[in-house]
Design a protein around this ligand. Sequence first.
Ligand SMILES: Nc1ncnc2c1ncn2[C@@H]1O[C@H](COP(=O)(O)OP(=O)(O)O)[C@@H](O)[C@H]1O
Ligand SMILES: [Mg+2]
Length: 480
Amino acid sequence: MIPLTLAQIAEITGGELRGDPAAVVTGEVVIDSRRAGPGGLFAAVAGEHADGHDFASAAVAAGAVAVLATRPVPVPSVLVGDVPAALAALAKFAIDALPAVAIAGITGSSGKTTTKDVAAQLVERLGPTIAPAGSFNNEFGHPLTVLRADAATRYLVLELSARGPGHIAYLCRVAPPRYGVVLNVGHAHAGEFGGLDQVARAKGELVEALPADGAAILNADDPRVLAMAARTAARVVTFGVDDRNAQIRSAEIRAADVRLDDLGRPSFTLLTPEGQAGVTLRLHGAHNVPDAVAAAALARELGLGLADIADGLCAAVARSRWRMEVRHREDGVAVINDAYNANPESVRAALQALRHLAQDGRGFAILGHMAELGDTSRASHEDIGEFAAQSELAGLIAVGEEAVPILAGARRVRSWTGEALAVPDGTAALDALANQLKPGDVVLVKASRAAHLEGVAAELLISNGGATRPPVPPGEGAAR
Ligand SMILES: Nc1ncnc2c1ncn2[C@@H]1O[C@H](COP(=O)(O)OP(=O)(O)O)[C@@H](O)[C@H]1O
Ligand SMILES: [Mg+2]
């Protein structure tokens, strides 16, 4: 955070100052009062379960200099009409004051957080880098991340999400990116957008925001993404994954010869104009390959050399929780916790990884519903069920009413001999699997965020006297 006086904060936000104009905010800006600390600014927002204004005094007691609020609070404050707009104004001011910071934005329907986390681990090799934790990618998390930058910062690696047209353009106005990565156009939130072409329109707002001396890093394997080349003033750089069958060799930065080990971790040859290098990821599932290659293409644009890129990709770990976390119980049962979120593309990717991991045992999937798919929701769930059955699962458990169509889809596969079961909640899913699992079996747990199935994965790991109970992380926001 660059130091700002309360007087400056009031001026930048157009707010009403209620406190000492000369008091200086030097610490982090937060919206979670429990994270408020010395020198910081606490932005009070009304959430689903609590109203931040009720915690204004607690935040100041914890050291916050003042509170950004929409109604009077009994502590030093700046009263504004709209907190996200005020945060955006502050972030814009702060980042404009730091012209040496190179800003990169990453968007797409699936893989933003993974790509952001991998890219950050590469870019950190070049200099001080700020990247959000988890999915801080909306009108709250985005400005909060930008505000963490200070005079020492050289790179901002941001995740940009859209739930409608104009959202990404807005985030790009807050922190104008010079580099933009577009991963894919898929069905996440497609219901809200009205279809894939509308999703593409919205995701492409990122490349429209790039300057002529910037770079648009586009997935050559996704026609809707590649078509965004026509919508940018920036230089276009393409990335992709060579398809062994189709012999496609088009992208400038690409992965070839992708193989998976027993745990589904990909190895590949990274091909760049500067040469090639071998890479083995620590991430599970082939779908991480395009994400890793996109991260590599971004780091390369920022000046990282091929050896460092390859080394960094091999070292990169999943920094955000519940995305394809593979853990083993003492009895040899593996649990894949991919409960962070779900859309048709990511469920398919997870089922493919499950099939791969379960080569020496049986595969079970506990699937909750995929939210926000609109008119295509029922058909999409059926298709996922069909795909799951084709993956030769031993068992498919649909959790919750909205997930039931998955089973109808599975039954379309006549040759499938696995068991299908609908249960009302996660506890019932655990009960259904209790005493069934044997060494070598693999269980995938996946659903939309709203279903909160991560607890099911955690329970599975400790049931049966299992070994590794993962630490319970602080809840991540619902934003994607
Ligand atoms: N390129 C990809 N294609 C399909 N699914 C993916 C891809 N990258 C990641 N996923 C899956 O999508 C889900 C969300 O991943 P994440 O990196 O959090 O993306 P986002 O931030 O876009 O929601 C996870 O289940 C992950 O395994
Ligand atoms: Mg995310």
